[in-house]
Design a protein around this ligand. Structure first.
Ligand code: HEC
Length: 462
């Protein structure tokens, strides 16, 4: 079912390199967003449940804000959720062209999990907003001077109950779908850079190989760091923040919850990353792998310090820097995978480059270049055998061109398909020229001849 393979063609080496840079950028966006979506949807479902169980409004508010963090609007969802994922798949299809690996199939399956998950997440988020409408109505209805018919109030109550029930389902569904999608996605990227598994790739090995499990654990840790920083940044800093109207006690609660999680996760990250690299296939490990992984570890430690300082000062003043740090860390983290992928598929790149050259060659001589001018062709091709006024291998043009005057068609015809014409000369070999070039060179030599004739300088020696 490598149906997406049809979209690809062999690419030149430079294009492949460009695609790899592009891949790092789209995966960066995808991983940052997925980190937020996975953790925020899971945590939101948990806090929603705790809020209902304990009646604690802070939990419910946090659950709602987390849902808002995961999906601000449909446009954002499309731009940083759907599009990067599709682009990533297409780049993989292109880079692995002709390898008969089911990478594009597995990735498409992962993408479907995400897309359905986004759908549930969006309805989940919407239902929180419905919720506030219901409770506003109930507050109004219960105030003594409101005149609300009792059957309307009952209706609203039952609507609310079913809305809450479907919200609980949607929240859990979306979190589950994201985790499964992420798992398949990470497993597939590991398959792509493990050549020893290419012969018999199975779904089980995609999901349960050591490198997949470690990368999933590492992703979970990274996702916690990303989401911690994202909460601090998007709740309180960015464009006034999701929770800008919240009171002080809510801020304090969020800070005291998020910062310790951020510290713990960022401190764990270097250790987990170390084990993840230990489990990388040998073909994927190079000095660059260690270098970029080192950068990721270093930034993680800086994040520990930033989170700690904010906890100590009971502030969120470093929130924006922490978020920038997170983006840097994830950049190094994705680059590590990309380097491994690059090393594992060097031979494949070489093959694609060769196939590209073969494909270009099969299209005819120099199709990739534009047609050359008549003068250039004369100087580089014809002048090996021809001059205007003297005999070389071929006859002088001043001798042969007079009988082509007014017969440019015949001249072009001769140049593209030479035949035995002038006695005492060997036949002229066919020259590899494009139709436009034949025309250009015919016009050029004829023009030179006519000008020379006009000036009375068209003499030649046999
Ligand atoms: C490898 C040597 C060689 C090259 C390169 C070559 N020619 Fe020739 N050309 C010849 C020879 C030999 C003849 C004589 C062939 C004959 O009369 O059978 C000839 C003949 C001609 C004639 C005379 C035909 C006639 O009917 O009088 C023209 C015009 C001509 N060439 C144009 C060109 C042009 C334009 C190019 C460059 C695109 C070119 N040639 C490149 C060897 C060459």
């Amino acid at each position: 079912m490598n149906f997406l393979d049809r979209l690809a063609i062999p690419e030149s080496g430079e294009h492949l390199e460009l695609l790899r840079y592009l891949l790092v950028i789209v995966t960066l966006i995808f991983i940052v967003y997925t980190g937020i979506v996975v953790v925020a949807s899971t945590a939101s479902a948990v806090f929603d449940w705790r809020g209902r169980k304990t009646g604690n409004k802070t939990y419910s508010m946090f659950a709602k804000d987390l849902a808002d963090l995961a999906v601000t609007s449909r446009g954002v969802l499309l731009a940083i959720g759907v599009l990067p994922l599709i682009t990533t798949i297409l780049i993989y299809v292109q880079l692995l062209y002709g390898m008969k690996l089911e990478v594009s199939t597995y990735m498409t399956v992962a993408a479907l999990f995400f897309f359905v998950g986004y759908y549930f997440l969006y309805s989940y988020k919407k239902s929180f907003h419905l919720d506030s409408i219901y409770s506003t109505f109930q507050n109004l209805a219960s105030s003594s001077n409101a005149n609300v018919r009792s059957d309307v109030a009952t209706d609203v109550n039952s609507f609310e109950r079913s809305a809450v029930a479907s919200r609980i389902k949607n929240g859990r569904r979306s979190a589950l779908l994201f985790w499964i999608g992420t798992w398949i996605f990470l497993g597939t990227t590991r398959l792509a850079f493990t050549p020893s598994r290419w012969a018999h790739p199975t779904l089980a090995s995609v999901l349960f190989s050591g490198e997949t499990i470690w990368s999933l654990i590492d992703f979970a840790i990274v996702a916690l760091v990303i989401t911690s920083a994202a909460i601090l940044f998007f709740f309180f800093k960015f464009e006034h923040g999701i929770a800008i109207n919240a009171d002080d006690s809510y801020r304090k609660y969020v800070r005291s919850l998020v910062l310790p999680v951020g510290i713990a996760a960022a401190a764990l990250e270097p250790i987990v990353l170390f084990f993840e690299i230990q489990n990388l296939p040998l073909t994927g490990v190079s000095n660059e792998t260690f270098a970029v992984a080192g950068v990721a570890m270093f930034v993680a430690l800086i994040l520990v310090i930033m989170f700690y300082l904010m906890l100590k000062d009971s502030s969120i003043n470093l929130g924006s820097y922490a978020f920038v740090g997170v983006v840097l860390m994830v950049l190094a983290w994705t680059a590590k995978d990309e380097v491994a992928f690059h090393y594992a598929t060097r031979a494949q790149d070489q093959r694609l480059d060769e196939r590209y050259a073969a494909m270009v060659a099969s299209l005819g001589p120099n199709v990739a270049q534009p047609a050359r001018s008549g003068e250039e062709i004369y100087n580089t091709v014809c002048s090996a055998c021809h001059r205007f006024n003297i005999k070389l291998v071929g006859p002088p043009y001043f001798m042969t061109l007079p009988h082509f005057v007014g017969k440019m068609d015949s001249l072009e015809n001769f140049i593209s398909n030479p035949y035995q014409a002038v006695p005492g000369y060997p036949p002229m070999p066919k020259q590899p020229l494009k139709p436009q070039e034949v025309k250009n060179v015919a016009e050029y030599i004829m023009g030179q001849y006519l000008a020379a004739k006009k000036a009375g300088k068209a003499q030649y020696t046999q």
